[in-house]
Design a binder for this molecule. Structure first.
Ligand code: ZN
Length: 364
């Protein structure tokens, strides 16, 4: 989720928490529905407070996943709140089936604990007779009961085995004990997609949020399966397998005009920029064209090149760097061995390697 569309709430446990702007639409929707149902302003405020309380529970749920993931060696870059729920953005996820199971279970477990605490509160301090209670709207009276029910609903809903929802992840990790992670993901994805279609159809009749969640599952399942397909191939390769030692170079003092003229003669996706033969940075085709538009053809390549790109080590796993390149939208990265520039890594070559290896594997 792009941070400029989100409101930052804080950084507990070092994880930035933000709420996406569309969340305000949910609040507006709640207010409109409440007005239509003839509630007064105090009652409307209580409905809104309930939604906020519910989303605190959702944030705690995401912290459940996140803190267990970090404990098991994962990395969580942020937690974002959307109107359909929370999302912990994991830049590195524990992959061992047992660990994945624990991470997936931790979220719903938090809601079980919240529901338990509310139940104790109700039993000890606020003995209520549920049969006497009105439930057509949330009131101060039924607030804790409704929050308890909502937490139980979160648990049950999340445990539906619709990958990549929590239940689907639990299911996949259980399968992955018996088979490869790729095969397990494929099965979990197929089942997830069936649920997604059920959600979408049911949502059309009952609740528009289900439609959104359905599409979210469809896209999420497909995206994650694609990633694991890549992992299955690329994890067995290192950067040196696709290292390009032949590349087009330009001196840092040359102009964008010179670069543009040479561009049509080369087959690479950009230039390595050097000064007295030493690596300075990289100028991709796209950046060259953007640079021409923004600064004109007399600008030197040194002014628009990327000198801040991470230096890739030739020995590291190709899958690891592929994920980074996808995330940061890098086309080309410089490769180093013992602080010595040895060539470039092109995203296109990684994709080619993947397609070739996969074709060989799937072939007769
Ligand atoms: Zn969850």
């Amino acid at each position: 989720m792009k941070s400029r569309y989100s409101l930052h709430l804080g950084k507990p446990f070092g994880i930035p928490v933000s709420v996406h702007w569309t969340f305000s639409l949910l609040i507006i929707w709640i207010v409109i529905i409440s007005i239509n149902r003839g509630l007064d302003s105090t009652q409307i405020l209580i409905q809104v407070l309930f939604v906020l309380a519910l989303f605190v529970c959702v944030v705690l749920h995401e912290f459940g996943h996140s803190l267990v993931a970090i404990r098991l060696g994962g990395e969580v870059s942020s937690i974002t709140l959307l109107p359909i729920g929370g999302m912990a953005n994991m830049s590195k996820m524990p992959q061992e089936p047992k660990h994945e199971f624990m991470v997936s279970a931790a979220g719903p477990l938090v809601n079980v604990i919240i529901a338990g605490l509310l139940w104790i509160y109700l039993a000890v301090f606020d003995r209520v007779d549920i049969q006497q209670m009105q439930f057509h709207a949330i009131t101060l009276r039924n607030f804790p009961v409704m929050l308890l029910a909502a937490n139980l609903f979160i648990v049950v809903f999340n445990l539906i085995p619709a990958f990549p929802m929590d239940g689907g992840r639990l299911f996949r990790s259980a399968l992955a004990i018996k088979m490869s992670r790729l095969k397990a993901t494929e099965i979990a994805k197929d089942i997830g997609q069936v649920f997604a279609i059920i959600f979408i159809i049911a949502g059309l009749f009952f609740n528009p949020f289900l439609v959104i969640i359905g599409f979210f599952i469809l896209l999420g399942a497909k995206g994650e399966y694609e990633m694991i397909k890549y992992q299955d191939v690329l994890a067995h390769h290192s950067v040196s397998d696709v290292l390009k030692t032949q590349y087009a170079t330009l001196d840092a003092s040359q102009t964008l005009e010179t670069a543009a003229n040479r561009l049509v003669q080369i087959s690479d996706n950009g230039f390595v920029i050097t000064r007295q033969g030493n690596y300075q940075g990289i100028l991709t085709k796209d950046e060259l064209i953007k640079g021409l538009n923004a600064h004109g053809k007399q600008t030197t390549v040194a002014e628009v090149m990327r000198s801040d790109l991470p230096k890739v080590n030739a020995d590291i796993s190709l899958f690891e760097i592929y994920q980074e390149m996808q995330k940061n939208r890098n086309q080309l990265l410089p490769v180093f061995s013992d602080d010595q520039f040895i060539g470039i890594l092109d995203l296109e070559n990684i994709q080619e390697l993947f397609l070739i290896r996969r074709a060989i594997k799937m072939g007769p």
